[in-house]
Every structure is written in structure tokens, then in C-alpha cells.
Design a protein around this ligand. Structure first.
Ligand code: NAI
Ligand code: A1CAB
Length: 254
């Protein structure tokens, strides 16, 4: 099957990197220099500058532009696509249906780990396209199908934005180690290993049980956890997810 990505930004490139292993991938964008760079990095992708009247008839489109660009790109598309897979944060199915013609509509929320075939992708939309949507996004990581757009917007806050939140935590832990006197390269290597190991444990252990198993009475972890609680990290994370969800809703109401 051929997939057509519209957009040539971070996500279009992340998706293309993973998808070329299983699909024929075409990328349509507006920036020839960026498209040429993509072609250099991912030679299997065919590239094309968007026409004023870009015919999408029967294509399977992965729509990867910024939410605010929906209208300006949609007016350049002609014909009826087979399936439109949108990755736009917040943008509702209703809004996509009004502006782009397709037989089936799917909203998805992948993340940047698509570039290493480890995206955590949430999907919703027309049941007729459910199986192909799961197949496409399973090729670049894990998928969860949800039945409402509200669930997808909350998922956006977790798995779409989440790599940024975890990257902040990773950077902060390494900074803490450097502050205590450990070399930067050692700190960074340790943090990387920490995330890999913890991720494997979390796949089979409840977070609270994992935390308890590390936290000895009067020990080093307990000292660290005390400091974490002083810094209100849990509350900050809860607020971060709420704020990102509300932003997705706000984008969808425009
Ligand atoms: N960055 C991330 O981690 C994630 C982003 N998303 C969604 O992916 C979409 C793309 O985001 P990024 O790749 O991060 O942004 P980006 O800025 O790297 O790429 C945006 C793309 O849209 C194109 N574009 C913008 N206006 C255009 C116009 N008028 N005509 C033609 N092309 C136009 C740009 O040329 C660029 O190729 C957004 O809708 C975002 O909500 C979804 C999941 C994760
Ligand atoms: O912040 C953003 O707009 C995008 C959407 C999901 C992750 N990043």
C-alpha cells in the first residue's frame, strides 16, 4: 500500500522513517529544500512539492501539518481521498470532514518515537478504516484504539506531548548528578539506562509497587522522594496533563 504524507516537518519525517520499512511512502510539502533533505536522510521516500490543485483521489493521506494550517492546505486539495489519517492535535473529525474530502476519516496521535519505530499511538474514527489504521501505526510502534475524541485529546496530553515531559525529567536528573559532581557524559549514560530499565519494569509492575520496592526505610531513595514531594512533582505532572488536554480542546474549538 502507498501512503502519502502531507507536510514535511518533524512528525512527517518521524513517521516516514518508520513507515518506509513496510510501505511505499510519498511526502508532499511546500519547502523543496526541506524535502530534498528528507530525501537525503530517507532515500526510500518519494518527494513532491504541493500543487495549487493537489489531486488526492483514492490516496491514503497522513495529514501532518500544523493545526492552524488545515484550512490553507485543504483548499489546495482536490478529489476524494480513500482514507484521511490526521495527526493534528485537537482538530476534530467534524472539522476535517468539512474541509477535506475522503471516504473514511481517522484521527491519530502518534509521538516522535515513531522515528525509532516506538511510537505510542492512540487512534479513533471511522470503524471501516480501523483495521488499516491499526496496521499502519502498529508498523511504527504500539497502538490503542479509543471510541471518543475526548479520549484522544487526553491521550494527546500523555503520549503525544509526553516525550517532552520525560525529556525534561531526564535532563533534570542528569543536571542533579552533574551538580553533585558527576561528569556529564556519565550522568547522561546513566539516565538513559535508567529510562530503559524502568520502562521494562513498568510494563509488568504497578508504579506504586515499583516505587515501594526501591524505597528502603530511612534510605537514600526515601531521602530523594521526600525532596520530590517538596517540589510538588506529582501535582505538576497532573496539572501538565490537564493543561495539555485543555489546549487540545481549545485547538479543536477553533
Ligand atoms: N511534534 C510532535 O511531537 C507531535 C506533533 N503532532 C502534530 O503533528 C503536526 C505537525 O507537527 P510537527 O511535525 O511537530 O510540526 P512542524 O512545524 O515540524 O511541521 C509542520 C509542517 O506543516 C507544514 N505547513 C505548515 N503550514 C503549511 C501550509 N500553509 N501549507 C503547506 N504546508 C504547511 C510545514 O511546512 C511543515 O512541513 C501538528 O498538527 C501536531 O499537532 C502530533 C503528535 C506529536
Ligand atoms: O505540542 C504540540 O502541538 C504537539 C502535539 C502533540 C505533541 N506535540
Amino acid at each position: 500500500m502507498k501512503l502519502t504524507l502531507i507536510g514535511n516537518g518533524i512528525m512527517a519525517q518521524s513517521l516516514a522513517k518508520g513507515l518506509v520499512k513496510n510501505y511505499e511512502v510519498e511526502m508532499i510539502g511546500r519547502d523543496i529544500d526541506k524535502l530534498r533533505q528528507v530525501k537525503e536522510k530517507i532515500p526510500e521516500v518519494s518527494i513532491k512539492i504541493i500543487d495549487d490543485q493537489e489531486d488526492i483521489t483514492d490516496k491514503n493521506i497522513l495529514f501532518c501539518v500544523k493545526p492552524y494550517a488545515l484550512q490553507s492546505v485543504a483548499v489546495r486539495l482536490t478529489g476524494k481521498a480513500n482514507t484521511l489519517y490526521s495527526i493534528l492535535a485537537g482538530t476534530k473529525l467534524e472539522s476535517l470532514k468539512k474541509q477535506i474530502s475522503a471516504k473514511y476519516y481517522i484521527r491519530t496521535m502518534p509521538n516522535v518515537a515513531a522515528s525509532v519505530s516506538m511510537s505510542m499511538t492512540t487512534i479513533t474514527g471511522d470503524n471501516e478504516a480501523k483495521m488499516s489504521a491499526l496496521e499502519i501505526f502498529n508498523a511504527i510502534g504500539k497502538t490503542v484504539w479509543v471510541n471518543t475524541e475526548k479520549q484522544l485529546d487526553i491521550a494527546t496530553a500523555i503520549a503525544g506531548c509526553g516525550p517532552a515531559y520525560l525529556a525534561i525529567i531526564a535532563e533534570a536528573i542528569a543536571d542533579g548528578a552533574v551538580k553533585a559532581g558527576l561528569e556529564r557524559h556519565i550522568s547522561t549514560e546513566l539516565v538513559h539506562g535508567l529510562f530503559v530499565g524502568t520502562s521494562a519494569l513498568l510494563a509488568k509492575t504497578h508504579p506504586a509497587i515499583l516505587k515501594d520496592s526501591v524505597m528502603s526505610p530511612g534510605g537514600t531513595t526515601a531521602a530523594g522522594v521526600g525532596a520530590i514531594e517538596e517540589g510538588n512533582v506529582r501535582n505538576s505532572m497532573i496539572k501538565a496533563i490537564q493543561a495539555a488536554y485543555e489546549k487540545a480542546e481549545e485547538l479543536g474549538s477553533k
